[in-house]
Design a protein around this ligand. Structure first.
Ligand SMILES: Cc1cc2nc3c(=O)[nH]c(=O)nc-3n(C[C@H](O)[C@H](O)[C@H](O)COP(=O)(O)OP(=O)(O)OC[C@H]3O[C@@H](n4cnc5c(N)ncnc54)[C@H](O)[C@@H]3O)c2cc1C
Length: 449
């Protein structure tokens, strides 16, 4: 069945007007497709964001490239705050700022998820080929007819007109995916992390100054747990505590405001001092769960899963949304190149799966690096050596973090493969006490001289 279908329908229905669903709508409409977006929430242009969940995200090259291709990067740019490196905080609140890369453009950007989503929805509202409907909760989809059932605010169930293609962009808890799984049409498992998270707001100082260095991602690495904070355009920071759900140092052990306050006073005193309503925030903000979703297939007849609905990952590489945006670019490209949308969707899942598996694994590995490895005695030396090798062997040695964050042209699977080889080079050079200019480095990098 072609998206410009033989049943007279050229319609693509997208369930979920989150960042991924809305960006995909923009890309498909750019290619001349008619798109209908169904979103369970009310229109964010008319309502305030969810309280206590002002998630801000790190956007990097893959996400920026996708926004540019959809023609919305300039609209989003005023919402971005540049982060040039990791600012570490020890128990005294001091620590180095470790640059992410070595070129001025090797930076990442903090953005509010709600504001990014709203900017995309505003852009979509200006496109005649995109119809947007809010307060419509998708319940299930018939993969043969392409008909989505949704429930309105009053609880009535309505069947949408059939579409040539239905894209489920309804997030990690996807109702459409669950419906297909219940019918045995796909298999999905949630690999839960034993660590949860909680967000806290650090306001701007009196007079509006930033409480910390604004152009950095702040990390308080403490081994089994960590606090991070990303800057917001209003000069506040959104901090997130990641720690085990159960055990000695865990959310379970922070059940009372006094226990939580004492823990912060011991582990993150500089952050605690900047949160005047700490007790209220800690008690009221939800404790979020983290998991990696493994699902297969993503494509069932007229239905395709995309973004978190297909492959939600843990947030420690700051890539979940970047990856979802990259999905959109690949899918739009395949649909533009292949008249048969079924073929394009099968190509999409086969091409994309190795990369989403790779970033899922790297995201878990990066949690260890952020909370623990940065504390290791050789961490700074290892990072410096990696940067030296990149200078000495340009284009051949690129630190794995840089490949993931700054090199959208290198697929995630390739970044992981090259990263493993490079780790071997770093290990050998560190063990031998040799630098990037040594003969050993040249030999390991496969150079003759
Ligand atoms: C703590 C945390 C930090 C993160 N940090 C980063 C980061 O730094 N960088 C990064 O790239 N990613 C990050 N992520 C991941 C990122 O948030 C997700 O990958 C991204 O939001 C996925 O986008 P999506 O549109 O696929 O899904 P979602 O953002 O979940 O959007 C789904 C949309 O579908 C709607 N919906 C849901 N169910 C239905 C239904 N039944 N019918 C209709 N509509 C429905 C929802 O209301 C929502 O609008 C982070 C995630 C977490 C939890």
């Amino acid at each position: 069945m072609s998206a410009a279908g033989h049943d007279g329908s050229d319609l693509v229905t997208i369930v979920g007007a989150g960042p991924v669903g809305t960006l995909l709508a923009l890309l498909l409409a750019r290619d001349g497709r008619r798109v209908r977006l169904l979103e369970k929430r009310s229109d964010p242009r008319q309502s305030a964001g969810e309280r206590g969940r002002s998630i801000n995200l790190a956007l990097a090259a893959r996400g920026l490239t996708a926004l540019e291709q959809a023609g919305v990067l300039e609209r989003v740019r005023p919402e971005l705050v540049e982060m040039r490196g990791r600012q570490l905080h020890d128990l005294q609140g001091r620590g180095p700022l470790l640059p992410y890369g070595q070129r001025p453009e090797e930076v990442i950007y903090a953005v509010s998820r709600t504001r990014l989503n709203t900017a995309l929805i505003e852009a979509a509202a200006e496109v005649p080929l995109i119809e947007m409907h809010f307060s419509r909760r998708g319940i299930d989809v018939d993969p043969d007819s392409g008909c989505v059932n949704w429930r309105d605010a009053a609880g009535s169930v309505v069947t949408e007109e059939p579409a040539a293609l239905v894209v489920a962009a309804d997030g990690a808890g996807s109702a459409l995916r669950n419906g297909l799984q219940d019918r045995g049409l796909l298999q999905a498992t949630d690999d839960a992390l034993a660590h949860d998270y909680k967000e806290l707001q650090i306001p701007a100082l009196a007079g509006g100054a930033w409480a910390f260095e604004p152009h950095a991602l702040h990390i308080w690495p403490r081994g089994e747990f960590m606090l991070i904070a990303l800057p917001n355009p209003d000069h506040s920071f959104t901090a997130t505590l990641f720690m085990p759900a159960l055990g000695a140092a865990s959310f379970e052990s922070l059940g009372t405001p006094a226990a939580a306050r004492a823990f912060f006073a011991r582990e993150f005193p500089d952050a605690l001092a900047l949160v005047p309503d700490f007790d209220e925030q800690f008690a009221q903000h939800p404790q979020g769960k983290l998991a990696t979703l493994y699902c297969w297939p993503w494509h069932v007849r007229r239905v395709l899963l995309i973004g978190d609905a297909a492959h939600a990952i843990v947030p420690f590489h700051g890539q979940g949304l970047n990856c979802g945006f990259e999905d959109c670019v690949l899918l739009a490209d395949l649909l533009a190149r292949h008249a048969d949308s079924q073929f394009a969707c099968t190509e999409f899942e086969n091409q994309r799966r190795p990369d989403t598996d790779a970033i899922a694994a790297m995201a878990i590995e990066n949690y260890q690096e952020m909370r623990e490895t940065v504390l290791a005695p050789d961490f700074a030396a290892r990072k410096q050596l990696a940067l030296d090798l990149e200078r000495r062997f340009p284009g051949r040695f690129i630190p794995r973090y840089s490949m993931v964050m700054f090199h959208a042209e290198i697929p995630y699977s390739e970044a992981r493969r090259r990263g493993t080889l490079q780790r071997g080079v770093l290990d050998a050079l560190l063990a031998a006490g040799a630098g990037a200019d040594s003969a050993l480095a040249a030999r390991l990098m496969g150079e003759s001289g």
